[in-house]
Design a protein around this ligand. Sequence first.
Ligand SMILES: CC(C)(COP(=O)(O)OP(=O)(O)OC[C@H]1O[C@@H](n2cnc3c(N)ncnc32)[C@H](O)[C@@H]1OP(=O)(O)O)[C@@H](O)C(=O)NCCC(=O)NCCS
Length: 182
Amino acid sequence: MFGSVDDFEWGWDILNESTSVDDFMCSKSEHHFEHFLKDLAILYQGERLAITYVILIDNKVIAYYSLATDKVAMNDEEKSFWNKLAKKIPNNKRRSSYPALKLCQLAVDDNYAANGFGKLIINRTIKMALDLKVGCRFVTVDALPDAESFYEKMGFARLSKKPNPKNDTIPMYFDLGAILPD
Ligand SMILES: CC(C)(COP(=O)(O)OP(=O)(O)OC[C@H]1O[C@@H](n2cnc3c(N)ncnc32)[C@H](O)[C@@H]1OP(=O)(O)O)[C@@H](O)C(=O)NCCC(=O)NCCS
């Protein structure tokens, strides 16, 4: 870690039409995360497909994440893996899926990386999932291969041995049950 979020004056907001997104820079994945924030996030929000939360410094977005509901569903090809996951949950015998919250997008501006904002967002997402007044057992993410070890550090594990064949992302999960009081 090179810096700390405490070195900055920052605040949270939900993305809206007047949020200042133009200066956001994230070169990873051919600028996919810039494109999503600047061109798609507000449309997704309007269609209730994902809600985007932003971290602002001097009124400009320096990091963001988008959330939507999800489910973790049994994958027939990986039954033993599924059984291991399901064993952690009592009375699970007939379940073929579990409710989840999906971290659909997460990006930190290149100029603010390695200061703890990614970790801050993960912690906030976990807290939001725990605070939901609906059943939600897991936080899920389709991790870019480069980000897999970041998510592992944050307590996520692979949900499947194989990457997603469509885009090579790695399905991962964080088990909220592991931090529930006994
Ligand atoms: C991956 C990303 C979100 C991390 O955010 P960040 O603010 O730079 O990370 P943080 O400073 O909060 O790092 C938290 C910890 O994870 C580690 N870490 C950060 N990025 C990492 C990576 N790519 N691989 C392994 N560890 C990583 C840090 O060293 C730090 O460890 P420490 O607590 O032991 O010091 C950010 O680099 C990013 O936006 N990348 C481009 C977009 C992307 O890949 N998003 C994920 C999409 S699935």
